[in-house]
Design a protein around this ligand. Structure first.
Ligand SMILES: Nc1ncnc2c1ncn2[C@@H]1O[C@H](COP(=O)(O)OP(=O)(O)OP(=O)(O)O)[C@@H](O)[C@H]1O
Length: 242
């Protein structure tokens, strides 16, 4: 088996900023700025995870457990404080709706921009352009500036570009939730096709029924720790029993 994603002993801390009173700040200054006015907390604590090529994995857990943070490390938009993240092949991340889109450019220009960001060259984008627009069902709005798009329209175009990049690894965060039902169904069907073609998928979603249909394996996160890793149905059962 070939490894698609290897996460080793990853730690990620964030700084929590608190609003302090003038008095607290004054005392802190008078004491020679000893200690820290901000607090740190672990969003990911020593997380290790290996995803083999062709696996479909759901990252599960309650709000704030670290799912999106872990996905962002896989996509490379976030770097760990310590530990390592390795991926093999082209990675397409649908992490924030419209991330990588430029608001003042038209849908058409953004297809070229986003396609290039995701690793396609101009000829490849040109060859796939009509198919991308057809999948997105954006139609006549393709020449409208995307700042006038609804969040669902953003998602449609972003998803359409991403699936046409023919990625080896496909990372999907909650975003499918903003699509309407027919489009969601179409996306899920396409994601299942990708899985059947042997692509590697990592999905973050609170829609447990949907996740159970798409993924075989589940990884349960809790306060930045991996609590359970196993067949998706078992992990969902554990999550629901909490
Ligand atoms: N850039 C950031 N700066 C500071 N804190 C952050 C940042 N990104 C995430 N966090 C914090 O890290 C924790 C984990 O966030 P994350 O978005 O990974 O959780 P999640 O499991 O995806 O949650 P949800 O189910 O609500 O989407 C949260 O407490 C969040 O507030």
């Amino acid at each position: 088996m070939t490894t698609a994603i290897e996460i080793r002993n990853v730690n990620k801390q964030f700084v929590l900023r608190h609003t302090r009173s003038m008095k607290e700040a004054f005392v802190w200054l008078m004491k020679g700025r000893k200690g820290d006015l901000s607090e740190r907390f672990h969003a990911l604590s020593d997380v290790s995870l290996t995803v083999e090529q062709g696996e479909s994995v759901a990252l599960l857990g309650f709000n704030g457990s670290g799912k999106s943070t872990l996905l962002k490390h896989m996509s490379g938009v976030m770097r760990p404080d310590s530990g390592s993240v390795r991926t093999r092949g082209r990675v397409a991340g649908l992490i924030e709706v419209g991330a990588g889109f430029h608001p003042d450019l038209s849908g058409r220009d953004n297809v070229y921009l986003n396609g290039a960001i995701l690793g396609m060259d101009r000829d490849e984008i040109e060859a796939k352009f009509d198919s991308i627009v057809e999948f997105s069902e954006i139609g006549q709005f393709i020449d409208t500036e995307v700042k006038f798009y609804s969040s669902g329209m953003y998602l449609r175009l972003a998803f359409a570009v991403a699936v046409h990049t023919d990625p080896e690894v496909f990372l999907i965060d909650e975003i499918l939730a903003v699509g309407d039902e027919p489009f969601q169904k179409k996306c899920i069907a396409r994601i299942r096709e990708l899985a059947a073609e042997g692509k590697t998928l990592v999905v973050v979603s609170h829609d447990l029924d949907m996740v159970a249909k798409i993924c075989e394996r589940g990884v349960l996160l809790d306060h930045g720790n991996v609590l359970m890793d196993g067949p998706v149905r078992d992990v969902i059962e554990r999550l629901r029993s909490n």
